[in-house]
Design a protein around this ligand. Structure first.
Ligand SMILES: Nc1ncnc2c1ncn2[C@@H]1O[C@H](COP(=O)(O)OP(=O)(O)OP(=O)(O)O)[C@@H](O)[C@H]1O
Ligand SMILES: [Mg+2]
Length: 319
């Protein structure tokens, strides 16, 4: 990854060279509603740029539709399992259809919060201490080892679904049971007190970090998609030196996972000013509330230029 060469982000590929582009959106994951909105925005932007677009709300007839529609390329804007987790990428690889974003391995890894953290830890990239919960006794020992407050997360969800902040063993057990209804693997992390940042990457470059503020306990589903009191700041308010540290950390963390094309990393900063990496998203939200479009605007790309840049990266990556 390189940083701060925003002029190189723009697509210079004539739109006809993209061919017939399937926008894959919707799907069956818990984040279907968000994906429908992201997909609608991407479809509208590509269509008005003159791209030959086929909109496919992904269902059981996907394979047949991909074959019938004579697709040249796919724009994946499915969030969560079944679309962002390597399985769709694998299907498209088998069919020989180039697609946007990360490949099979990085998509599968990034969808798994636990294994992403293990890769980062092995490289000395900071991520909050954590434990895996599979029983009430795991909850008791996690409380003792990590200390409260903690945050409970399903390992493979997004949009803050199934997550809760807890301050006691009883709350932890209840939150684990709830998270387990979403996912067979649940983890618990040390709560980081301090500001939150999200940093987008596009075509191998890191975009300006965004600082997030919410009056909610954390950046939950409501704060992400519904609330009008969520604050977004670019420039993010860090000193130039700290911002550069965050950008460098983002580049290292995304390279470690193998992020390609585009992505978005979520980071907390503790009271001592240290950064702690939470997770990376390989098909982040593209609604009008979304963060990657906001970061792209700060780097000089409007929404249409952003989707064309994401599409251009799929040409460079896989022909
Ligand atoms: N260790 C932590 N300490 C404090 N707050 C946290 C911690 N982990 C997560 N959060 C809060 O919960 C939110 C969601 O967490 P995370 O990004 O891990 O999950 P997600 O649901 O996959 O998100 P996305 O919608 O970005 O895919 C974060 O944006 C942050 O506000
Ligand atoms: Mg997140």
């Amino acid at each position: 990854m390189t940083v701060n060469q925003y002029d190189k982000l723009h697509s210079t590929i004539p739109v006809k060279d993209f061919g017939r582009v399937a926008v894959l959106y919707g799907g069956k994951s818990a984040e279907r509603e968000v994906s429908l909105k992201s997909g609608a925005a991407v479809i509208e932007a590509l269509t008005s740029a003159g791209v030959d677009v086929v909109a496919i709300d992904v269902g059981d007839d996907l394979l047949q539709r991909l074959l019938d529609e004579k697709i040249d390329r796919a724009f994946i804007i499915l969030h969560g399992r079944g679309g962002e987790d390597g399985s769709m990428q694998g299907l498209l690889e088998c069919l020989g259809i180039p697609y946007t974003g990360s490949g099979i391995l990085a998509s599968a890894l990034a969808m798994d919060k636990l294994r992403t953290k293990q890769v980062w830890q092995s490289l000395g990239i900071p991520t909050p201490r954590h434990a895996v919960l599979g029983s009430e006794s795991d909850c008791i020992s996690a409380g003792t080892e990590l200390g409260f407050p903690l945050i409970v997360k399903p390992a493979h969800e997004g949009s803050s679904i199934g997550m809760a902040k807890v301050t006691s063993v009883d709350e932890l057990i209840a939150a684990w049971k709830d998270a387990a209804t979403y996912d067979s693997q649940v983890l618990v992390e040390q709560w980081i007190h301090g500001p939150e940042f999200t940093i987008a990457t596009l075509r191998g470059q890191v975009l300006p970090p965004i600082a997030l503020g919410t009056p909610h306990t954390f950046y939950d589903y409501d704060a992400k998609y519904l609330a009008s009191d969520t604050q977004y700041r670019i420039p993010c308010g860090l000193s130039a030196e700290k911002e550069q540290e965050l950008i460098d950390l983002t580049a290292r963390a995304c390279d470690a996972v193998g992020i390609a094309g585009w992505g978005r990393l979520d980071v907390m900063q503790d009271e001592q000013g240290r950064f702690w990496l939470l997770e990376v998203n390989t098909a982040p939200g593209m609604t009008d509330h979304s963060l990657v479009p906001m970061a792209a605007r700060a780097a000089g790309l409007d929404f249409q230029q952003l989707v064309l840049a994401i599409l251009a990266a799929s040409v460079e990556a896989r022909g």
